[in-house]
Design a binder for this molecule. Structure first.
Ligand SMILES: [Zn+2]
Length: 429
């Protein structure tokens, strides 16, 4: 890895305009603003169209060329001095949860634009072209699967599968793209000819409490945890709560609650990165004086490596086997599997180096959540930059981040992208 370019004093001194970035974040947050200070801008709605148009307007003002692919991903490109080089890209998403915040996704997109604006203002031309990506439907709250645009791009699932997905009203992604004027672009997937990046950096709020707790501004994200999700169904027999003696019951809730406790214990045995969550429980018939006949609940296991996930799964099955009893049936069905995704060691080192250049302490962290970068990493070297968010709260209208952290993360993004893309010979800095 060549870090020598990035130690050029003039280049290392280049800083983004934090006030401009903040003002753009707030302007974007007005599109779909909620009364409680959050944002509701669901994927491929008219509000999403408005957000995309604002992004495109800003990108055009910077002299970027724009393209939209067949799943509606947007790419704003700033030419390099050698446009035959693969682009050094960044980005994130503009869609939000129904009760989302101002920063999840929007920060990564607008920090990328701010990098381009800073370079334009300073008259710096990079060797490799730069691109800012807006990935379609990262949140997955209107259409499933989540991380749809980057997933199609990386070939995690097909374009046809994504276009056929329906929202709760029966509107397909294909129809929604047409309704906002973003249908019919060129191939979305790298396997089908979409260009591969030379590198991809994504800046994002942490969405967790680790950086804030440590009092550190920059997280150099070394990778994303793998995830395995399960639906567990425990079946017994519903019966009257009064006339049925304790010894003659087939109460489905009893083994279910034991299993829920085990999920927590299984994760505690896999520290520091093991996570185990039961987030949804339904009890049938859910009546005060009826013994529960069926309990369904979800299990979400996360871990930094696949062997750890396999141990957690084996422990869950062992717990189920240990609860075998006459008249009780327990089924465990795996419904989601995301393998762990390490990020590119060279790019992670560039993020650490960029933080040091900007004079900021950094911490190696892992991403417990999915991000577009996790899919893009299947196609190109990728890394992420985390900044703290207040109280670690995200996917919530009270999601908040400090302006100085917003600025710091974008400065690190700028230096990391410059180091990777290189500065054209003779370019003014
Ligand atoms: Zn996000």
């Amino acid at each position: 890895m060549d870090l020598s370019n990035s130690s050029s004093p003039a280049r290392a001194g280049l800083r983004i305009d934090g006030a401009r970035l903040w003002q753009r974040l707030m302007a974007m947050a007005r599109i779909g603003a909620t009364p409680r200070g959050g944002v509701c801008r669901l994927a491929l709605t008219d509000l999403d169209r408005q957000g995309r148009e604002l992004f495109m307007q800003w990108a055009r003002e910077l002299g970027c060329t724009l393209r939209t692919d067949a799943i509606g991903n947007l790419f704003a490109r700033r030419a390099g001095s050698d446009d035959s080089l693969p682009a050094v890209a960044t980005g994130s998403h503009l869609d939000t949860q129904p009760t989302g915040g101002k920063f999840d996704g929007n920060y990564g997109v607008l920090a990328g634009l701010e990098v381009l604006a800073t370079l334009a203002g300073a008259g710096v031309r990079t060797r490799a072209p730069l691109e800012v990506c807006v990935w379609t439907n990262e949140e997955g709250s209107r259409f499933v699967p989540v991380m749809m645009g980057s997933g199609v791009y990386a070939g995690a699932f097909s374009l046809e599968h994504a276009l056929a997905a329906q929202d709760a009203q029966g509107t397909t992604v294909r129809q929604a793209l047409a309704a906002i004027g973003q249908a019919g672009g060129p191939p979305s997937g790298v396997a089908d000819g979409a260009p591969r990046f030379g590198a991809y950096f994504e800046a994002h709020i942490e969405q967790g409490p680790v950086l804030e707790d440590a009092g550190i501004t920059i997280g150099a994200v070394t990778g994303a945890l793998g995830q395995r999700w399960y639906d567990v169904t425990v079946t017994g027999m519903e019966a009257h709560a009064g006339p049925t003696p304790m010894a003659l019951r087939r109460d489905a809730l009893l083994p279910a609650t034991v299993l829920m406790q085990r999920v927590n214990a299984i994760a505690l045995a896999e520290q520091p990165h093991g996570r185990g969550t039961v987030g949804s429980v339904t009890v049938h018939p859910n009546s005060r004086n009826v013994i529960p006949g069926r309990v369904k609940f979800t299990v979400d296991f996360r871990h930094g490596d696949e062997a750890g996930l396999a141990r957690m799964e084996a422990a869950l099955h062992a717990a189920v086997a240990g609860l075998a009893a006459p008249g009780i049936d327990i089924q465990v069905e795996q419904v989601v599997h995301f393998p762990p995704q390490p990020f590119d060691a060279e790019l992670v080192a560039l993020v650490r180096h960029a933080a040091a250049q900007v004079g900021l302490p950094h911490l190696d962290v892992v991403s417990g959540a999915g991000h577009d970068a996790v899919y893009v990493a299947r196609t190109a070297p990728a890394a992420m930059i985390f900044i703290p968010c207040k109280d670690g709260i995200s996917h919530n209208e009270i999601e908040d981040a400090l302006p100085e952290h917003i600025t710091a993360g974008a400065d690190v993004l700028l230096q990391a992208m410059l180091a990777r893309a290189g500065v054209a010979e003779g370019a003014a800095v």
